[in-house]
Design a protein around this ligand. Sequence first.
Ligand code: P1T
Length: 466
Amino acid sequence: MSPALLLHQNGYNRPEERRPDGFATNAIHVGSEPSQETGAVMPAISLSTTFKQDAVGVHKGRLFWNGYEYSRSGNPNRDAFEKAISSLEFGKYGIAFASGSATTATVIQSLGPGAHVLAVNDVYGGTFRYLTRVAEETQGLEVTFVDLQTASDKEILSKIRPNTKLVWIESPTNPTLRVIDVPHIIRVVHSHPSRPLVLVDNTFLSPFYSSPLLLGADIVMHSVTKYINGHSDVVMGVLVLPERHLQLAERLRYLQNASGAIPSPFDCWLALRGVKTLPLRMKQHGLNALRIASRLAESPYVQEVIYPGLVNHPRHAVALASLSPHAAKFIDSLPAETLTHGVPYGGMVSFRIKGGEGAAEKFLTKTRLFTLAESLGGVESLAELPALMTHGSIPKEEREKIGINEDLIRLSIGCEEAEDLIDDIEQALENVVGESALIIDELAIKKAHAAEVVKGHANGVYPIEA
Ligand code: P1T
């Protein structure tokens, strides 16, 4: 008799009785089970727009919803990505969209007409634009912006109206990195008899540094374009909901299909590949950001550094208290000398440059490794001027009230060597202080040219800004 063939258990099936796998293990394996059909270790890209049915209405596959029918309604690559990100956010239902902004739009649409949203006053400029310029017009949405960093519990509760359906939190905020006490705000909002939903836009920290569902949030959203994909080559968004919100998840999935703002199979595939290195990248972003923030704090050319990981950031303790369990474990493993000035807390650093009017704009033309560009979360470092770029759609008085002035520079710290990034920033700061009139003139000419181009294209009512 020939010996029985020992077969490898094809797939990633953890016996229930064993302890749960860790963050990096889930990042690499969930959604990436080897193919049952071919053994391919990496998922194939499933480009088919339609799927054969075994009989009328009898669809193959799929974990949640009705099986594969038509690629807008469901696609294997999208499912794989949604499954991976749900596991990293400790959620049950992942719902992916064509961009972070499409994700925002769908959540707001799901509230129906005449709803009220309470939002942190420092939301991403595009979220502000959608809430105030689109949803107000199209669905009569009412919005109240509140400083959730300083508002008292009483003040927050007093702003909840009978039609308040959602509280929108971003923490740390974009770009002033104000730290919201997320678990506390969730408790306060949920203590209200009407129990509005709480959504946390977790784009800036990524699932590595923060786990809002563990803190009681109802919905987590991400611009996948940023850290989750991590390579500045995909525009995409996602929602994750916990098991208790099956009905809401079904409604959002219904809208995902009905509105059709879905990501392509290739984008889902790339984003899933990005997920695999999320913990590695986030550790490096955080270590680099901590070193850069510590150096900027000592620079004579810098007015103020904002990085909640620094011990002297006024909300450092709040930031520490709401770290995810895996980020806390990472920080505990670091040697004491790495933690002299603070802890890694994501890769975003903002600072106010000295040198008066125009210094920030000049700085941004002087860096070698930091590319002057919007967006964030890629392995390469970026720098931008929020007042005129990402947050240009917020009226000047509004943005200045929340500290988005023209001296504020936002850095997305990449995964390059920290010393090289520090050198780059230092040479640019020195250069700006000794700026020559010639360069200023060049800049003025370029700006005049850009203004002409804009005039030729738009009447200013519907500007296309990120
Ligand atoms: O760009 P998009 O994928 O549509 O995501 C929108 C979005 C949502 N939420 C936050 C916190 C964001 O930062 C963004 C996009 N932000 C930029 C493009 C930026 O440079 O800040």
